[in-house]
Design a protein around this ligand. Sequence first.
Ligand SMILES: Cc1ncc(COP(=O)(O)O)c(C=O)c1O
Length: 378
Amino acid sequence: MQVPLSRPWLDEREAEATRRVLASGWITQGPEVAAFEREFAEAVGAPYASACSSGTTALHLALLAAGVGPGDEVVTVSYSFIATADAIVHCGATPVFVDIDPVTFNIDSGRIEEVISARTRAILCVHQMGMPCDLASILPIARAHGIPLIEDAACAAGSEILWEGRWQRIGGPVADAACFSFHPRKVLTTGDGGMITTPHPEWDRKFRQLRHHGMNVPAHARHKSPQVIFESYDVAGFNYRLTDLQAAVGREQVRKLDQIVERRRHLAARYTGLFTGLASTPYEPEYARSNWQSYCIRLDGRKPQREVMQALLDRGIATRRGVMCAHLEPAYPPGSWRSADLRQSEWARDNTVILPLFPAMTEAEQDFVVSALREVLS
Ligand SMILES: Cc1ncc(COP(=O)(O)O)c(C=O)c1O
């Protein structure tokens, strides 16, 4: 039996949607993107949502809207996919890394204050592996210092947070912007793609302008107009557009979101039951409901991480080490970032393993993973 780490749930519905767009003759950003934005906003409870080409470009646009520029600092975690830190560097700013809470793998909110300086222009928190971070502790810090809070929600479509006494999905109007990814390893996929939600209409306008070369009119609006329109380019922008082909796939994915999250939660709970006494399983705090984008176990020093991963791969099971640390990569040499202490981040990188979990995973596949791990760890 071969078990992949992840497999997107794509079927005839996405294929049909793509055919519809191809037949329409309009394949770049247009009416499908607009519909995808509306439907995604509704699914997560966001006032505004604008699509873009990836989670990384979503982060870049959100940081630019927050006013991040050369000489600024952005407080974030090193323990994340490298795109989190890269987006800060693309603004000409310096990442300031806060250590993680080793229990949740998310930013240790108790350690944010100690790194805030006069140069801090934003906080970029990450809902790592789909587990919401403690926004109720982080948001008051951002507000007290008058700096925007941006959520790296790349992994968190469908995750929920207990906010003001009720459960709401990440992307709802809590912080200043939330940035999602639709890479195939994420919960919803468009191949590549991203979405930014925000409660601020002026931020949303900025995202739309910057993603489309700084142009003052969307291409599709000009195309449909009965009047001749001469566009203007009011700021230097980017081509960070999502295509209508991708958006059509995304619309079908959004329709599956409830089912995808339900299935992932079922499989995660089943793993946790099967691992009793075998491995340390992930912790879900009382304020969070994960979408289980990743299911990450701790090895607790029982065997070296690489040995465990290789032994599983030899049995046909794909895994990944927990999450990387940007500050340990050649792209981030000392001097290119600032931090107080990153011991927990380094420990988590080297002592955790992400196991296969995807909607079509069968219980037989899951049992195979659990028994292989039992064999490897014994
Ligand atoms: C936490 C986090 N941030 C940002 C990204 C970047 O997203 P994308 O690959 O869509 O650019 C990813 C995933 O790839 C991620 O896991």
